[in-house]
Design a protein around this ligand. Structure first.
Ligand code: FCB
Length: 468
């Protein structure tokens, strides 16, 4: 029996997402300053294969081609990010100062105009990980409190310049990754391994978000909607003995953001290495009020669930297990039978539904939620007749859109979905080896090919339904 298409709500927003450092290239062009990712990727041994974002998909020059791919996908919105050091090469400056790099602002102005001409709503993110290097060197980056104030100034400058045409703003992308992968474990820029810095960075990111919400509202010349994007997680214990650790991991991923943003403060449960109490004096009077500034929507990025188990008594990982970083006695588990992507990420659409239904909706209630990223990486290749038949990605997309419909039926107020990613790009520490695009990019020639999954997504956006 053929299943009939399942409809999404009227007005559902379909989009695709990217981020500046992953696609723009032009790392030294038109007055741009250096970011911590320029430095990090140029440091031998930090990124797979020594890849850098120097050229990436060259979208600084080729954005018209990117918009053409958006048209083919039929998306109504584009989530991109603004490179802070393109606007303020040293990271700091005020709207009237000569520190503002007008050529950088002009690039985003042209991009926004071209999107609007194509009938596509621009949804910029103001921070997707490319911190100006000078703020890292002088203020300690996010571990330093002054970086939060600098971010709010920068946010105001961009909102003032583009706010007549841009009405949806995302302050930060995934503060969990910034603080933990960047400052606790060192696998991302700036490459530090310091738990106290990570805790401080986390608080300052939240503070930066809150300050930026007001700065954007104050600077934009027309009404705006402002939100933040979080990567939230479902953590499942594989035995009752692991339940407590699963709850702790959820507090680190979810509660540490949802609490201060929406529920009055940091969660009670957070072990010492993850608690703001680790850094005496970190939280100033009034910070929590700033962080809780009302937002207009929440952005949620979802990729995969976590399974946590108790390690074998001999300490040796069993099949499908690897040590849980920083937590002796516990393991991450890959349950038998769940597919796994090229990133080693589990594929389990039901946990996407669970995330929205159990974790997000009880906290956000009626607040609109946008899925600001979701997607998967596979080892794509071009066939002899020039096609990319990425059925794994198509099936991931189909499964997750189905789970999203289920969550909406459960009562989740999800208003839109942005596929990660519009096109293959620089996947951070994995360089160009991991492809997430609905569009294939030949990085030698910059040729773009719409993948089979992209053709499928175009049918979904046209029908506003989960088609076969
Ligand atoms: C997210 C990032 C995004 C991309 C995807 C795969 O954590 O926000 O830039 O790298 O993962």
């Amino acid at each position: 029996m053929r299943m009939s298409a399942r409809q999404f709500p009227d007005g559902f927003l379909w989009g695709a997402a990217t981020a500046a450092y992953q696609i723009e290239g032009a790392w030294q062009e038109d007055g741009k300053g250096l970011s911590i990712w320029d430095t990090f990727s140029h440091t031998p041994g930090k990124v797979h294969h020594g890849d850098t974002g120097d050229v990436a998909t060259d979208s600084y020059h080729r954005y018209p081609q990117d918009i053409e791919m958006m048209r083919r996908l039929g998306v109504g919105a584009y989530r991109f990010s603004v490179s802070w050091p393109r606007i303020l090469p040293t990271g700091r400056g005020s709207s009237v100062s000569s520190e503002v790099n007008l050529k950088g602002l002009d690039y985003y102005g042209r991009l926004v105009d071209a999107l609007l001409d194509a009938g596509i709503t621009p949804v910029p993110t103001l921070y997707h990980w490319d911190l100006p290097q000078e703020l890292q060197d002088e203020l300690g980056g996010w571990a330093g409190r002054d970086t939060a104030a600098a971010f709010a100034e920068y946010a105001g400058i961009v909102a003032e310049a583009l706010g007549d045409r841009v009405h949806h703003w995302i302050t930060l992308n995934e503060p969990w990754v910034v603080s933990n992968v960047g400052y606790r474990w060192g696998r991302h820029a700036p490459g530090h391994e310091d738990a106290a810095e990570a805790v401080a960075a986390n608080h300052h990111l939240l503070l930066a978000h809150g300050l930026a919400v007001s700065a954007i509202r104050a600077a934009a010349p027309s009404p705006v909607e402002v939100g933040i994007t979080l990567n939230l997680a479902v953590q499942r214990p594989t035995s009752p003995e692991a339940a407590d650790m699963a709850a702790e991991l959820e507090a680190r991923h979810n509660g540490v953001y949802l609490g201060p943003l929406f529920a009055g403060g940091y969660p009670e449960r957070l072990t010492a290495e993850w608690s703001p109490a680790k850094v005496p004096g970190l939280v100033h009077d009034g910070d929590l009020e700033v962080i809780a500034a009302p937002v207009d929507f929440l952005g949620v990025n979802y990729y995969f669930p976590g399974y946590v188990g108790v390690a074998a008594t001999d300490g040796q990982p069993r099949a499908g297990e690897r040590p849980l970083q920083g937590e002796a006695g516990f393991v991450e588990v890959q349950p038998e039978g769940l597919p796994i992507t090229a990133m080693n990420w589990l594929v389990e659409p039901t946990s996407f539904r669970e995330l929205l239904t159990r974790v997000v909706t009880p906290v956000t209630g009626d607040l609109p939620v946008y899925i600001t990223e979701n997607g998967s990486s596979w080892y794509d290749y071009v066939t002899q007749d020039g096609r990319v038949e990425d059925y794994e990605r198509l099936s991931y997309l189909q499964g997750h859109l189905g789970a999203l419909l289920d969550a909406i039926a459960d009562g989740a107020n999800v208003r839109g979905y942005f596929a990660w990613s519009l096109l293959d790009n620089f996947e951070w520490a994995e360089g160009y080896a991991k492809r997430f695009g609905l569009t294939f990019v030949d990085f030698g020639t910059q040729r773009r090919i719409l993948k089979r999954s992209g053709e499928y997504y175009a049918r979904v956006t046209a029908a506003n339904a989960l088609v076969e």
